[in-house]
Design a protein around this ligand. Structure first.
Ligand SMILES: Cc1cc2nc3c(=O)[nH]c(=O)nc-3n(C[C@H](O)[C@H](O)[C@H](O)COP(=O)(O)O)c2cc1C
Length: 238
């Protein structure tokens, strides 16, 4: 199984999203998957111009000559694609969105009507299924409502399955070096690794492990108080 992650964090390899992605891919590789982790921030990705050249002039081919051409080949050659991004203004980042808008050449201009809604027909026989990975600054899981809905809609539009969603609240805690916090973060990342392993072995992750992945790293109230104290201290130095 080939699993490729496309990470749309502006912090790339230094970010919290990457820590989760790396743990998941580590587990997947342990179970025998071939993995690749691509940071979109390091790639040249032009905006879709909406010219429809990829439909009416050079079917399946975009007018832009940038890094997306190679990434499309990697995307299509994958069995599963991890769409990863931190939560920005309640949704995916513009970096990932720009990349996703460029998948237009992968579908045909033709319409089909499936389960009461219209979508474009597939250009190719094989498309990878999706896994979503994200983290956010707020402590409540409900913060991911829009993102989760967006990924479900995207999967429907591209006729693929959204296999798994791993969303981490209080994501900024992942990078903090603190003797009480480090074992909690390490345990969390170990569980993400287990999820990667399970996914490759069974095609899914068991409910008990999914529940563990959703648990807050520290109590929500404590997180709010610690965060406010952190900012107060930082801003008092200005
Ligand atoms: C412009 C911007 C918008 C953000 N919007 C949200 C948001 O809507 N909800 C939230 O919980 N966190 C939000 N955050 C916090 C990030 O999700 C958080 O810092 C995350 O850990 C960054 O992940 P990364 O290190 O992988 O980039 C935002 C951060 C930035 C810079």
């Amino acid at each position: 199984m080939k699993i490729t992650a496309f990470n749309g964090s502006p912090r790339g390899k230094q970010g919290n999203t990457d820590k989760i992605v790396e743990a998941f891919l580590r587990g997947a590789a342990k179970a025998g998957a071939e993995t690749e982790n691509i940071s979109l921030v390091d790639k040249q990705v032009e905006h879709c111009r909406g010219c429809f050249n990829c439909w009416d002039t050079t079917p399946g081919k975009c007018i832009h000559k940038d890094d997306v051409e190679d990434m499309h080949s990697i995307f299509l050659a994958s069995d599963v694609v991890v769409l990863a991004a931190p939560l920005y203004t309640d949704n995916i980042t513009s970096i990932l969105k720009k990349f996703l808008e460029r998948i237009l050449p992968m579908v045909n201009p033709y319409f089909e009507y499936v389960n009461g809604e219209t979508r474009h027909t597939r250009r190719y026989d094989h498309y990878p299924d999706f896994i979503a990975i994200s983290n956010c600054g707020y402590p409540e899981y409900s913060q991911f409502q829009v993102m989760s809905h967006f990924y479900k809609r995207l999967a429907r539009e591209t006729s693929v399955t959204l296999k798994l969603e791993i969303y981490r609240t209080m994501g900024e805690l992942l990078k903090i070096k603190h003797m009480l916090l480090n074992p909690i973060v390490n345990r969390y990342l170990k569980n993400v690794e287990k999820a990667g392993e399970q996914f490759v072995k069974n095609g899914s992750v068991d409910e008990k492990l999914m529940e563990k992945l959703k648990q807050p790293l520290i109590p929500e109230k404590m997180y709010r108080e610690k965060t406010n104290a952190h900012w107060k201290k930082k801003l008092s130095r200005l």
